[in-house]
Each structure stands twice: as structure tokens, then as C-alpha cells.
Design a protein around this ligand. Sequence first.
Ligand code: NI
Length: 176
Amino acid sequence: MAVRRVLNMGHPLLRQVARPLKATEIGSPEIARLIDDMVDTLHDYGGIGLAAPQVGAGVRLAIIEIAGGPTRYGELEPMPLTVFVNPQIEVLNAQTAGYWEGCLSVPGLRGFVERPRHVRVEYLDLHGEAHAMELQGFTATVFQHEFDHLDGKLFVDRMNDMSQLSFEREYERFHL
Ligand code: NI
């Protein structure tokens, strides 16, 4: 297990479309090591999600862990650390909800992004078993943000109003 370096915006690997994992790869020692490293990296950097391309691995794999509790967006439902392999997102309600997003690959910045408020996700777990879940509100945004990384997209690409891109200090001072 090891903490890997998170790539920052501008690194070309963050802009590539990641490839799906083959059934035979899921559960392999290489992928198990990658997941272990991603968990260590997420915990070391702090955050609620990390996608494989952010540590330079071009595969469709992401982890999400939501501590839950009160936030400026209301009470957040906790989600234990979950591994998402080859996730697919379906929009159930295209009506958008807007939140201030941050990203370990865009350190120090926050941006206001509007995304569909209700989505369904189908994915494989680390054993290759299929699951589905429905997500709403801020949690739906977290999932869309993480899975965007698998398509080479960053939250800044989703912003409608770039005047809302802020450094953390100015975000806290003027937008919180
Ligand atoms: Ni991110």
C-alpha cells in the first residue's frame, strides 16, 4: 500500500478517456494494489472521491467515501468507502442542482457547477458483481464529478459562469 501522487490539472493523463476493466482484470493483484493505493491516497490527501486517472491509471475505476453529517447543503447521508468499476450513469431528472465543487486535481480552487439532480448508477464492485443505486442532490453531484474523471473531464469544464471560479480563501470569504 502506498500513497500515490495526484496529478494536477494540465497533466494530459487527466484528459484521456479511461478504458473499461475486463472481467479477468477485476480482482487481479494489480487492480487490488491500485485500489489499495487509491484508498491510501484519498485518506492522505483528504476528500470524498478519487478516480484512477487522477493517479495516472487510465482505467474506469473510482472510489467514493462520504463521512456524512451536516454541511452547508444540509445533512449529508454517509456512504462507506465504495469501489466503482466501469460505472454507468443514467440521468433520471435532468433538472439541475448547483453546488460548489473542489477536486484534488484542481487544488486550492472551488467552482459552482450545476448538474442533473437525480441519477442512477450501474457499476461492478471489486469482485465483479453488478450493483445499482439511485442518488439525489449533492451525492448525485459527487458521483457525476468522479465519473467525469473517467471521461477526461474536470469540474471546470462543467462551469457555466467562470466568474464563479474562486480560490478557497475567497470562496470562504465571499461565497460561503
Ligand atoms: Ni475530482
